[in-house]
Design a protein around this ligand. Structure first.
Ligand code: BEZ
Length: 186
């Protein structure tokens, strides 16, 4: 399902005095949009999981890849990158993330203790491309066998893991899938 039309109606972006977009996946390292400022940020109560199917980037409609979504998880936190952006950026991003992702409001915590409202793309459980949980080995095997217009699904995981290490954060799920991919591909 193409969520870009729904996203356009979800927020009156032009009315916002400033917009912070939270990136927890490829947005951390694949910044193909202009931004005014960027800062690491944390969202409490959410975690990253490779539970969303990708028909248009890291897989195909016949063989969807596995990419990230945010899953509600009380007690956990997710560190990512927040970008201060103009509303025009969403023309591009709503199209790029049209495969099941909806724009949500989320509270961002910055390392100086300040808190701001942000926007984030989340693919909710039950959307048409949702794949859900599987063992680390099954997820890694699936990712190894997937490729799409944006490249190899494996690359998506390895680049993200490297970017998270550079930010100094530990994400057990991402690092476990990275380990499994490296073990299986020798
Ligand atoms: C992100 O990197 O934050 C992101 C992940 C999935 C869809 C859109 C954005």
């Amino acid at each position: 399902m193409d969520t870009s039309k729904i996203n356009k109606q979800r927020h009156n972006l032009e009315a916002l005095s400033e917009i912070w977009l939270f990136g927890y996946g490829s947005l951390i390292h694949k910044v193909d949009f202009p931004f005014i400022e960027k800062r690491t940020a944390i969202v409490d109560g959410w975690c990253r999981r490779f539970w969303q199917g990708s028909h248009d980037h890291r897989g195909t409609p016949q063989n969807p890849g596995r990419v990230l979504t945010l899953i509600e998880s009380p007690g956990e936190s997710c560190l990512g990158m927040a970008f201060k952006v103009s509303h025009q950026v969403f023309e591009h991003l709503d199209h790029r993330e049209k495969n099941g992702y909806l724009r949500h409001d989320i509270e961002l915590k910055f390392d100086d203790g300040s808190v701001k409202n942000g926007l984030v793309y989340i693919a909710e459980p039950g959307n048409a491309a949702y794949l859900g949980p599987a063992t680390d080995t099954a997820i890694a095997e699936h990712i190894i066998s997937s490729v799409g217009p944006s490249g190899e699904n494996t690359d998506y995981v390895l680049r993200l893991a490297a970017a998270l290490r550079k930010l100094g954060t530990v994400d057990e799920h991402v690092f476990a899938i990275e380990r499994e991919i490296k073990r299986l591909t020798g």
